[in-house]
Design a binder for this molecule. Structure first.
Ligand SMILES: Nc1ncnc2c1ncn2[C@@H]1O[C@H](COP(=O)(O)OP(=O)(O)OP(=O)(O)O)[C@@H](O)[C@H]1O
Ligand SMILES: [Mg+2]
Length: 397
């Protein structure tokens, strides 16, 4: 494998809260969006002369352009200072417009959907485009406490001097309120409902009480620009347990899997190529393999093939993110072990790894798909599908 190419930051980011963390010498395995898209963000900020809501780094139109791209058009004032803004989220532009409108308003934004539909990616991109940083984030888990949403204390200082503003440890929510920024709350529904409800007063009153401090320090008021982007996965623990009071404080946007097969193939190829390139010179992504893989994923995800044949759906989610992971793994395997490497032969094993997560019946469902749709396509003479039929034994375990 070629030497790992490092992402070096040559100039400091303009995201104030990240300034020290993202210094010139930092080498990152997976750079955050503010680093990856720094040139695009700078250029957009430079040429954006539309109205920006108070506290926003870009105008609403520029935020949407940053996320949805400029359709291959270069933007900028001169050749040396112009760029095509890459399409980052594949999906209806009006969803992004609605997200942007919500974030400029009085309610939070809740992105819901199946796993791997780019909810977190979208949250990160919105936060970066609007606030310049994606770092103000809470990862919701079953163990998240209210302190992690509100504030905690430096106990040594608290014991020494009592409750003072210096002893207070601000949560990402409190930091976002003070700085007028967006805070991301990932997987909010994985937290206990009573912990989630800590957000109710923050979202409605835009104020966080610190009764221990007393006087003027006892309230933190949100600066303009503050809002919450939460994500919720419909599989792990849906939104059903979220209180009605909290639901009313969010606008919901449902993010669906990529509708168009060709666009999904294009995205999977592009993402896999980008991930492989992070490891140094990378092999070209095999388009036929990606088409085959994405077709299998879409058949199993929807329970129906493009020919109209019924397919038994496995209980696992066949997400685009998983398709990217398999494509990357197969190509990486080809780089590590090139001798006699046959990419299609690796596909059934990887598919089984995705499908067999919770339910042992999923293996039978996959075999049923093989004996139905895969065989019918092979019988119609499709070469790669014939190869898959020959590889059926790999699935039998
Ligand atoms: N519509 C899409 N546009 C662009 N990329 C997508 C899209 N759908 C999936 N992806 C790919 O899937 C990856 C994973 O997305 P992400 O982790 O944001 O999903 P998620 O919805 O937050 O999943 P989870 O519910 O498991 O947390 C993205 O980085 C991207 O490569
Ligand atoms: Mg996520």
């Amino acid at each position: 494998m070629a030497k790992k190419s490092a992402t070096k930051l040559s100039e400091p980011t303009d995201a104030q809260s990240q300034e020290s963390a993202l210094s010139d010498s930092v080498v990152m395995q997976s750079p955050p969006a503010e680093v990856r898209y720094r040139d695009e963000l700078r250029l957009l900020a430079e040429i954006d002369d539309s109205h920006r809501p108070v506290g926003w780094m870009l105008s609403p139109q520029a935020v949407v352009d940053f996320i949805c791209g400029t359709d291959g058009q270069r933007i900028g004032t001169s050749k040396s200072k112009s760029l095509v803004i890459e399409e980052k989220f594949l999906g209806p532009r009006d969803i992004i417009q609605r997200c942007v409108v919500t974030l400029a308003g009085e309610r939070g934004l809740l992105l819901v959907g199946e796993p791997g539909t780019a909810k977190s990616m979208l949250g990160e991109l919105l936060a970066v485009a609007i606030s310049g940083t994606s770092a103000l984030t809470i990862q919701g888990t079953a163990g998240t406490t209210e302190d992690q949403i509100r504030y905690g204390w430096n106990y040594a200082m608290l014991l020494d001097r009592g409750p003072t503003p210096e002893a207070l440890v601000a949560s990402p929510v409190m930091q976002a309120m003070k700085g007028g920024k967006l805070v991301r709350f990932e997987e909010v529904t994985r937290c206990l409902p009573e912990v989630q409800d800590g957000l109710i007063s923050i979202l409605s009153e835009r104020r966080l009480m610190v009764p221990e401090l007393g006087g003027i320090d006892s309230s933190v008021f949100a600066s303009p620009g503050f809002n919450v982007i939460a994500t919720a996965n419909l599989r792990d623990r849906g939104v059903s347990e979220m209180s009605a009071a909290l639901k009313r404080r969010f606008n919901f946007e449902t993010i669906a899997p990529i509708a168009d097969a060709d666009r999904e193939v294009e995205l999977v190829s592009r993402r896999a190529a980008a991930i492989l390139a992070e490891g140094g010179p990378a092999p070209a992504v095999d388009k036929a393999l990606v088409e085959l893989l994405v077709t299998v994923f879409r058949d199993l995800r929807s329970g129906r093939t493009s020919e109209g044949w019924q397919v038994q759906q496995p209980s696992t989610v066949m997400s685009t993110a998983e398709a990217v992971a398999i494509t990357t793994a197969i190509h990486r395997e080809g780089v590590f072990f090139p001798s006699g490497f046959d990419p299609v032969s690796r596909l059934p094993g990887h598919l089984l790894g995705v499908v067999m997560k919770d339910d042992s019946k999923d293996r039978e469902r996959l075999l049923g798909y093989w004996d139905g749709a895969v065989r019918r396509r092979a019988d119609n003479g499709a070469f790669l599908w014939k190869r898959l039929v020959e590889l059926r034994a790999t699935l039998e375990g």
